[in-house]
Design a protein around this ligand. Structure first.
Ligand code: FE2
Length: 284
């Protein structure tokens, strides 16, 4: 059984052009959980908290994973892609060597809620071409493995089902799990993968620790995860991945292995070659 080795209280931060969100990985108190570099939980019924969005910005060296629970985010990028991510959709974007994109929430007159996770790329893949996996809600299986348990499998395996996001370097598991009051959920994780639970609804007992939303629970070594929902039921993300064990040097949305690589990226952004040379899709 894995134990909870750290309980992280998400911090409220202002990100992008003025989006209020809760950050639990990539904050001043919890930098990263290899290979995960950031976890943001955005959510509000107040459009002023999110409408300013995330105007054009660069990424290099990482993958950004957006999972929407409610609302709509319109996106476009330097490769000419554009589209919208709405309730239940996932966008797994492998930035690789260069992408410039914007992510702009819209006011649909109600709740906007979702998550963005940053997954590190191994050194040998950081300068690969960018790649998108955009998965509409209907393509993500909802499984009912046990009574009172519903699992949305985004990436990884559960019993005989494989999630729709595939061929990711860190072999991630990403699932959204809802457990009704008094019911239990168990899962066998890959033993050497780092893992966390992000409890965003209700309360329960998570690997022996009683707690309630909203918390990030970092799991220690072992394989099995066990959750027993409390009276209110609970809903949480269970995320795991293979640690890369490589140096991490980060500068906002650019995450490389050395300071020199960061300086080189900033030079390219300054002189315009970042986009001309790489982000139009063909390396010149
Ligand atoms: Fe971004």
């Amino acid at each position: 059984m894995r134990e909870v080795v750290e309980i992280i209280e998400p911090q409220w931060v202002i990100e992008g052009a003025g989006v209020r969100l809760r950050r639990s990985i990539g904050s001043s108190s919890f930098d990263h959980l290899d290979p995960f570099l950031l976890l943001d939980h955005f959510g509000s019924t107040e459009p002023a908290d999110y409408l300013r969005g995330f105007p054009m910005h660069p990424h290099r060296g990482i993958e950004t994973v957006t999972y929407m629970l409610a609302g709509l985010v319109r996106h476009k990028d330097s490769l000419g892609n554009k589209g919208e991510i709405t309730s239940g959709d996932v966008q797994w974007m492998t930035a690789g060597r260069a992408i410039l994109h914007e992510e702009m929430p819209e006011d649909l007159g109600g709740q906007m809620e979702g998550f963005q996770l940053w997954v590190n790329l191994p050194a040998k893949l950081k300068m690969n071409p960018p790649r998108y996996q955009e998965i509409k809600a209907g393509k993500i299986p909802w499984l009912n493995p046990e009574k009172g348990v519903a699992v949305r499998l985004i990436a990884g395996k559960y019993a005989n089902t494989t999630g729709p996001v595939t061929e990711i370097a860190v072999e991630p598991l990403y699932m959204d799990v809802a457990v009704d009051s008094g019911n239990s959920f168990t899962y066998q994780l890959t033993e050497n993968h780092n893992a966390f639970l992000y409890v965003f609804r209700g309360e329960g007992e998570f690997c022996g620790v009683r707690t309630q939303a909203t918390k990030l629970l970092v799991l220690g070594k072992g394989d099995s995860v066990s959750v027993k929902a409390g009276l209110l039921g609970t809903r949480f993300l269970l995320v795991a991945g293979k640690p890369l064990e490589e140096p991490i040097v980060r500068y906002g949305p650019i995450v490389m292995n050395t300071v020199e690589e960061i300086k080189q990226t900033l030079r390219e952004i300054r002189d315009g070659t970042f986009i001309q040379r790489y982000a139009c899709g063909v390396e010149k």
